[in-house]
Design a protein around this ligand. Sequence first.
Ligand code: UN1
Length: 540
Amino acid sequence: MAMNATAFTNAAAGTGSAKRLLSTRVGKVLSTIGLPVDGEVVKGVYMGKGTWGGSGEIIDSVCPSTGEVLAKVATATAAETTQAIKRAQEAWKTFRKVPGPKRGEIIRQVRNAISEHKSALGALVSLEMGKIVSEGEGEIQEYIDICDYAVGLSRSAAGRVLKSERPGHQILEVANPLGVVGIITAFNFPVAVCGWNFAICLAVGNATVWKPSPTTPLCAIAVTRIVADVLEKNGVDSAIASLVCGGLEVGETLVNDKRVALVSFTGSERAGQIVGTKVQQRFGKVLLELGGNNCAIVTPSANLDLALRTLLFSAAGTAGQRCTTTRRLFLHRSIESKFLPQFIKAYESLQSRVGDPLEASTLIGPLHTKAAKEAFYKALEEVKKEGGEILAGGQPYTPSSEDLKKGNYVLPAIVKPASLQSPLFQEETFAPFLSVAIYDDLDQAIEWHNGVRQGLSSTIFTTDLREMGKWISEEGSDCGIVNVNVATSGAEIGAAFGGNKSTGWGRESGGDAWKQYVRWASCTINFTDDAPLAQGVSFE
Ligand code: UN1
């Protein structure tokens, strides 16, 4: 049953400011998606044909807003992970023969099934990850959008026909599926990022084995149940959408198994380096989406009101937990005194909007873990130690509501590190922690901008055509996402998504990203009875 957008918010649950009855809220969300609500352990391993299991460790899914346990989840052992890979490969051998447009029709049905549960899935993302309800639903929308894209792709994923230098010959570039693709996702987009990979894989004819973040298993289980149901109804062995919840051991098994033709990994640079090396060692394909250190430059000609509203979302929104969150801000000296005080004021006004992500008025939900909260305060300590300034936020914060006291809430901070050499400008603090510097000359700002390891997302606020031209040119931003008057975060699915340098050079979602999910064959075909050799070589 489709439910309206507010069906799972506190107001709709009738709890108001009184005891929030987390279990009631969770129960409603879980039962809508068909997950057990009675405290029973939820099975986190799926390998097709309705077989759910998991004989590995039982883990807790913890609500970052309240600290309560949402559910206990059974994870995969290494042996079960291997079995899931084998099952996926077996199922793929049949699935690869299904015509593209028929696969597209199945994606269309997946899209509709996810859309029907948009509200419940969005609420589950809010409960388990911590993002506000509008962003939780936005994430489900992103899954829907990529399905739409993949439906089209199922008919349009094209190779090429090329001219041969030999008479009566033709050259084709043919795309065939890879086989099994391993998808390893992070906590911050527990649904959409799998969707980017899964929808494309389905369109081009691959099977997938998904390992979600160990802290967001319920989102993955819910999505897999919906997807598997659609696949089985279409007579497809749903082992092509296998799921292995778990931690390091599960991830390592997936990364090291030769049957996994491509590993698509989202996570930290440190982990990505290990995954990249391991997959490369066995000559597998790897797609990495690692850390960002995204920067915005505000120039003298910028529409400052636009810049302020945009940056408030991209720096403080999602409590700073998008890969694309704005983490550095370079302001031109001439606009500093006009822009910065207003921006600080806007940050301060956000403080009354920190709280329960399922409350409609909340703009800033909790950080996902206690460790993230500690890292946030540690970065603030560093600012002070180095002699920098904290311009807004960052003070210790405990919500007044009893239920939220164990949540990981922080007040979004703007800081001015003591110098540009500060490690605070180099490292990604995965929290609402924005570092500001003042520049005099655009070339200098672009040099600072590009002077970090990471290269995911970037933006410039300008109305000057020359500045814009430079920014998107060879002299400009070296990131994979280069925006103008638009947030660093919140990309649409139409273009490829990904970053350069230590962000890993991976591309997912739209654009030409699908081309990595296939094996390309260059086929030269001779339609004659002659046997000419290329490059004029004679062998007679
Ligand atoms: C991520 O943070 O890993 O561009 C993905 C955005 C979203 C996707 C973010 N569409 O912010």
